[in-house]
Design a protein around this ligand. Structure first.
Ligand SMILES: [Mg+2]
Length: 202
């Protein structure tokens, strides 16, 4: 005789709800540091820098590159991401593809203009996936909370620990996407990459 048991609900600690989780763009979806290091080397001759040297989100604090050059590199990546060869983080496209088939995905970026990100997404992910992803450009690292609330999100993934700490104080379930510049102790949950996000959200 077989005893029938009700299905066991699997409770994954730290689980993320796909309908209410939003994402930062640079350093989370896009491998911005790869583009930065490549351009710094190929166009400006700074070839002795690695991602591990970027120990602060304010790169001018930890890199021997003058501010005008840093601004030129970031402007290139910000306004011409496709021309800059900006690549997605490993695993990001597949998870975005899966999520966008479930519900609308929201990206909230400190960039000033959503259009370069939208063009990049269309090229990288394809127009069908892209049509269910909205990009909100805040223009300020410290002003994401109201956009998160307006989009109906409860969780947010960002690589800037300062942003995550502020969001956490404002009642948002903020998770830090692991990067060399956010390793200082902050006490927030850290996501190691898109494999872990996929595990927690799908
Ligand atoms: Mg970022």
């Amino acid at each position: 005789m077989h005893l029938l048991h009700p299905p066991i609900a699997i409770d994954i600690p730290g689980r993320l709800d796909p309908a209410t989780t939003g994402f930062d763009f640079d350093g989370v979806i896009a491998d911005t540091v790869e583009a930065f290091l490549r351009i710094a080397c190929e166009e400006y001759g700074f070839c002795d820098i690695s991602a591990e040297d970027i120990t602060s989100f304010c790169v001018e604090e930890c890199l021997p590159i003058q501010e005008s050059t840093l601004n030129a590199i970031f402007d290139h990546i910000t306004f011409e991401p496709l021309a800059a060869g900006l690549k997605p983080m490993t695993g990001a496209v597949q998870v975005l593809k899966n999520l966008s088939s479930l519900n609308r995905v929201t990206i909230i970026t400190a960039r000033p203009d959503p259009r370069p990100v939208e063009g990049w997404l269309e090229d990288i992910c394809g127009s069908r996936i892209c049509s269910n992803i909205q990009v909100l450009a805040v223009g300020d690292h410290d002003d994401k909370e109201r956009f998160i609330r307006r989009a109906g999100l409860r969780s947010f993934i960002d690589d800037r620990a300062e942003t995550c700490l502020a969001l956490c104080e404002q009642g948002i379930d903020a998770r830090v996407f692991a990067q060399p510049w956010n390793r200082s102790p902050h006490g927030l949950p850290v996501l190691s990459g898109w494999g872990e996000i996929s595990h927690l959200i799908l």
